[in-house]
Design a protein around this ligand. Structure first.
Ligand SMILES: NC(=O)C1=CN([C@@H]2O[C@H](COP(=O)(O)OP(=O)(O)OC[C@H]3O[C@@H](n4cnc5c(N)ncnc54)[C@H](OP(=O)(O)O)[C@@H]3O)[C@@H](O)[C@H]2O)C=CC1
Ligand SMILES: Nc1nc(=O)c2c([nH]1)NC[C@@H]1CN(c3ccc(C(=O)N[C@@H](CCC(=O)O)C(=O)O)cc3)C=[N+]21
Length: 281
């Protein structure tokens, strides 16, 4: 077997940023306001603060504006809902990102669902998920949308293939499964109650690791020639998939870092521009 194709999300995101930059210039030259993303961070988790800063930096690189809203750890659901409502009404804002997770006292689902559908550029609302699942127009959840862009860019065949998604969270595993199904893959979704995880992963033509447990998915479970996508991200650049020896025997794989992470941010800013374009029509 030849060495695996590296699905280089970092390089693809960089390339797409140069296109986004030109598109932002064209939009503003045509008389539109500079597209603006609002990010909301609740509480002081340092990792979350870093991710939000990375999203702000990406906006800046492509010439978009961003507004950073930081709320204290003890914020209530009502206070967060009121903030989202203000952003929904603000005509300057074309996208809203509410960083997950929020502190435990907050009803995260209610807050995600308060985001106006036309500003849901991170694809977290129930309505957006429903539309996307039905194959209707909606912004996709950023991480799975970024993964789909990466797979399409490298012409990874999906139709008829068996995709095994490990994880079923509302912003990652579940929308990932729906997107792969829409692309005509045959999809199995595994989770913490799944029996025979190793055997199911062993049947996959495409494995998506989205479990949130460092290297829980073992290299030896994965069959030769599979496509391996690791959405996991842990301190020290460790993913959800143990990749020992995989580079010599799989068809393709995403590195961590430099794979899914940069594509997540790229999906978010692409969809923010798309929202601005729709608003400009
Ligand atoms: N690079 C990026 O842009 C992003 C990366 N991530 C990373 O992706 C990973 C997943 O994130 P997220 O979806 O938010 O995580 P969650 O913790 O919300 O979900 C984890 C999922 O994995 C399942 N799971 C947990 N343990 C096991 C197990 N032992 N066997 C099988 N399934 C299991 C859970 O099952 P159950 O439903 O039964 O509890 C759940 O569905 C994390 O590593 C996170 O850091 C996340 C978002 C963006
Ligand atoms: N509403 C919401 N939407 C999200 O999309 C969302 C979220 N909440 N909460 C947290 C997770 C995590 N996440 C990452 C994004 C980029 C990288 C990323 O770009 N990582 C770089 C490495 C960065 C480094 O060097 O530390 C890489 O993988 O190459 C990682 C993680 C988005 N998330």
């Amino acid at each position: 077997m030849m060495a695996a194709l590296i699905l280089d999300g970092k390089a693809l995101a960089k390339h797409r940023e140069s296109q986004l930059k030109s598109a932002v210039e064209a939009l503003t030259k045509a008389g539109s306001e500079v597209p603006t993303l609002a990010t909301i961070l609740v509480g002081g988790d340092p990792a979350s603060a870093t991710y939000v800063q990375m999203k702000q930096n990406a906006c800046q690189r492509v010439g978009m504006d961003s507004v950073k809203i930081e709320m204290p750890e003890e914020t209530s659901t009502e206070q967060l809902l009121a903030q989202i409502e203000m952003l929904n009404k603000d005509p300057k804002i074309c996208g809203i990102l509410l960083q997950h997770p929020v502190p435990a006292q907050i009803d995260e689902r209610a807050c995600f669902d308060a985001i106006a559908i036309e500003k849901d550029v991170d694809g977290v609302t129930t309505q957006g998920f429903g539309l996307m699942s039905m194959g209707e127009l909606a912004f996709g959840s950023a991480t799975p949308a970024g993964i789909m862009t990466l797979l399409h860019h490298y012409d990874v065949p999906l139709a008829g293939k068996h995709a095994v998604v490990v994880g079923r969270s509302p912003i990652l595993g579940k929308p990932m499964a729906a997107m792969l199904l829409n692309a005509n893959a045959t999809v199995t979704v595994c989770h913490s109650r799944t029996e025979n995880l190793a055997a199911l992963v062993g049947q996959a033509d495409i494995v998506i690791g989205a479990v949130g447990q460092p290297e829980l998915i073992k290299a030896e479970w994965i069959k030769d020639g599979a496509v391996v996508v690791d959405a996991g991200y842990h301190p020290g650049g460790i993913g959800d998939i143990d990749k020992t020896g995989l580079a010599e025997r799989v068809m393709a794989l995403t590195p961590v870092p430099g794979g899914v992470g940069p594509m997540t941010i790229n999906a978010l800013i692409s969809q923010t521009l798309e929202s601005a374009r729709i608003a400009a029509q």
